[in-house]
Design a protein around this ligand. Sequence first.
Ligand SMILES: [Mn+2]
Length: 439
Amino acid sequence: MESANYIRAKTVRNLANISECPDNITGKAEFRDQLVEQANTPYRWNTNYSHSIVGYKGKGVSVDESLLSPLQKQTYDDGWKKNAFNQYASDLIPVNRYVGDHRHDLCTKVVYKEYLPEASVVIIFHNEAWSVLWRTVYSILNTSPSHLLKDIFLVDDASTQEHLHQRLTKEVDKFPNVHLLRTGVRSGLIKARLLGFSHVNTTVAIFLDSHCECSEGWLEPLLDKIAHCNKTVAVPLADQISSETFQFSPVNIEHMQMGGFDFDLNFNWRPVPEEELKRRTSVIDSTWMCGGSLEIVPCSHIGHMFRNAMPYSWGDNGMHILIKNSLRLAEVWMDDFKRFYHDRIFYNIKHWTLTEDNTIRRDEGCLGFQGPHSLVVMPCNPLASKIKWTYSQENLIISYRDKICLELSTDMTTVNVKPCHGGSQQVWSWPRRTLKKRS
Ligand SMILES: [Mn+2]
């Protein structure tokens, strides 16, 4: 097991060391004439931006609660409650507003590859507000050259709100290249993304949240990055859309942030360390590596609405699902370092050690039997040391005696011994030779 981990860690590091990528990809040559013809004004899927001044160029809308009628106030409060953002303000802003061109001057001088690959966009949503969802879709249609964007797949992860049922189906039908998929049962973000991805038949797949707004010129720089190296995951700059006013605030490129995980394995944006800033010689030319080939592309601006609370319901098990996701992240990516995360979330955990002589002990206590199926902690005397434990390939902890396994009770409060069946309650995780058990 350890050697497998070692190989994987080594492979990851080797990939990160690749500075040049030989696998270029190109778009279709038949687009060439179209490109030359429309070099400066490529055809867009939908260029009917709203003429309304509300929200124009990314301006925010402030709602004065004191001026609302009782009925409006009710709508206002409901909007906040349902979404954890100001839906009332969002509904006042046209779904096809123009958010502006937020590219740095240097970006307009960049020459992209002649043939860029074609892309499709996958958007997952669960109970998203109508105006927010459609602003995401319109912003893509209004800013993407039609020869570079094929389809938009909206994937409904079992939304319960009425407007996302038949009304949405009908609306989507009006757009030839917007498609609606439904998971049927609540599947979670990744399964829903995979469902959307399975319908993508373009070279590039783009995953977006359902509360975004793409601004002018967002698509080409992402595709250009990928066209230069198909191992690249290209990430746009995440401009901020206010959850209160829906004001679009572009990231100041001089104060750009980088993505990272904190010790709770939550994703955060943080300032770029000074050393990294020094390393960069120019704003556009630097390649910003965030581990392997995940790159933030500074000429691509997509607004994302950040909010302070999450409105989604996960049922009673909400916190467990989040921890489960982070545990999986740790298991897949962190190799032996995962124990730092385990130590952090299971801070009330008791550490036991599987010793060289195959006893399980903690301080002066050893794990022994009290009857055939119940465990007891006994002083580590020669009698206790006769009870031998071992661990298997399948991460089971087996007693030599009778081949029975340590098993966590379903309410996760006690550990017993049961006949080995390899079920999840019998699977244990341990960094090196330390066993872990919930107290
Ligand atoms: Mn989001």
